[in-house]
Design a protein around this ligand. Structure first.
Ligand code: PAF
Length: 284
C-alpha cells in the first residue's frame, strides 16, 4: 500500500525528514485520472531520485467552466492501483482537498507575471487558465519542496509557464520535461481522452496524422496553405471536429518567427464535441 498524505503540513514534514537524511525528491504533479503518460513521468522521477511524490488534485482555478471542472474524470482508487502496479515502495501520494490548497478561498489567483506566455494559444483561448496553473504549481512546490519536478511535453505551453515562474521566483527546483506518450493511433495520451465518444475516439487519430503531414510538407509548401489544409483534414467533410487553432511558433518564445533558424513547433487545439484536445510536435 502506498502512503497517502492529505495535509500540506504532513507531506511537508515527511519530505523535510527524507531530505535531512540526504534523500532526493522528484515531484510529479497531476490532476489524477492517470494514464501511461503519467506513469512515464513517475518512472522518470524514480530513476532520477530516491523518492517520487505524486500529487493528485483537480485544481478548480485552472478550469474555464464549471461544467468542465465537474466532468473532469476522477478515479482516485484506480489511480492508486496504477501507481501500485509500478511495484515501487519509493512512491508517496499527496492528495489534498480544495480547502487545504485554498484556505483563503479562490479569489486571489491571477497575480503572477507570466511575461505574456499566457496570452497566446492556450492562454488566448482559456483566460485565467495559466494563472490558475501557476498558482497551484507554486503551492504544490512549496508543499513538497522537491529537487526536481516532472512535466509532460504534451502541455508544452504549461511547461514554459512553469519554467518561467520557477526562474522568476528563484525556486531551487529543476524542471524536467518528458516527451509526449501516444496511443497506438498517435493520439496524445490525456485524461480527457476518457471523455471522448466512441466516434470521436475512433477518428481522433486525424489530429496527429495531420500534424505529421504538416511536418513532412513544411519545407515545400507555404505555411498558410498548410494550415488551411490541416484544418480541413482534421475537421473532415463530416465536421466531426472543430479546430480552435493550429499555430506554428518558435518553441522558446511561443511567438511566430520569420527566422528560418528558429526551433519551430506546431501546436493544435481541437474540440471533439465538448472535449478539448491539445497536441504539439517539433518541426525540426
Ligand atoms: O498538467 C496537469 O495535470 C495540471 O495542469 C497540473 C500541472 C497538475 C496543475 O494542476
Amino acid at each position: 500500500m502506498l502512503e497517502v498524505f492529505q495535509r500540506k503540513s504532513e507531506i511537508f514534514s515527511y519530505c523535510s525528514r527524507r531530505k535531512s537524511l540526504g534523500k532526493t525528491i522528484g515531484f510529479v504533479p497531476t490532476m489524477g485520472a492517470l494514464h501511461t503518460g503519467h506513469l512515464q513521468l513517475v518512472n522518470t522521477a524514480l530513476e532520477q531520485n530516491d523518492l517520487a511524490v505524486v500529487s493528485i488534485f483537480v485544481n478548480p482555478t485552472q478550469f474555464n467552466s464549471a461544467g468542465d471542472l465537474l466532468s473532469y474524470p476522477r478515479q482516485f482508487d484506480q489511480d492508486l492501483k496504477m501507481l501500485e502496479s509500478l511495484g515501487s515502495d519509493k512512491i508517496v501520494i499527496f492528495n489534498p482537498d480544495v480547502q487545504g490548497m485554498y484556505p483563503d478561498g479562490m479569489n486571489n489567483t491571477g497575480t503572477y507575471d507570466l511575461n505574456g506566455i499566457d496570452s497566446v494559444m492556450e492562454g488566448a483561448h482559456r483566460p485565467g487558465h495559466f494563472q490558475g496553473v501557476a498558482t497551484i504549481v507554486h503551492k504544490l512546490f512549496s508543499s513538497v519542496e522537491p529537487h526536481k519536478a516532472y512535466f509532460g511535453e504534451k502541455d508544452f505551453q504549461q511547461l514554459a509557464i512553469i519554467r518561467h515562474i520557477t526562474k522568476t521566483l528563484n525556486l531551487p527546483i529543476d524542471i524536467i520535461s518528458v516527451p509526449t506518450i501516444r496511443e497506438d493511433d498517435g493520439l496524445a495520451k490525456s485524461s480527457r481522452n476518457a471523455l471522448l465518444s466512441e466516434e470521436h475516439r475512433a477518428e481522433a487519430h486525424r489530429i496527429y496524422a495531420t500534424m505529421t503531414k504538416v511536418k513532412n510538407k513544411f519545407d515545400v509548401q507555404k505555411i498558410d496553405d498548410l494550415i488551411e489544409e490541416a484544418i480541413h483534414d482534421i475537421q473532415g467533410s463530416d465536421n466531426l471536429f472543430k479546430v480552435e487553432y493550429i499555430e506554428i511558433v518558435d518553441e522558446n518564445t511561443l511567438r511566430p518567427s520569420a527566422n528560418p533558424q528558429s526551433p519551430l513547433r506546431l501546436f493544435a487545439a481541437v474540440w471533439a464535441n465538448k472535449v478539448r484536445l491539445i497536441d504539439n510536435i517539433s518541426l525540426i
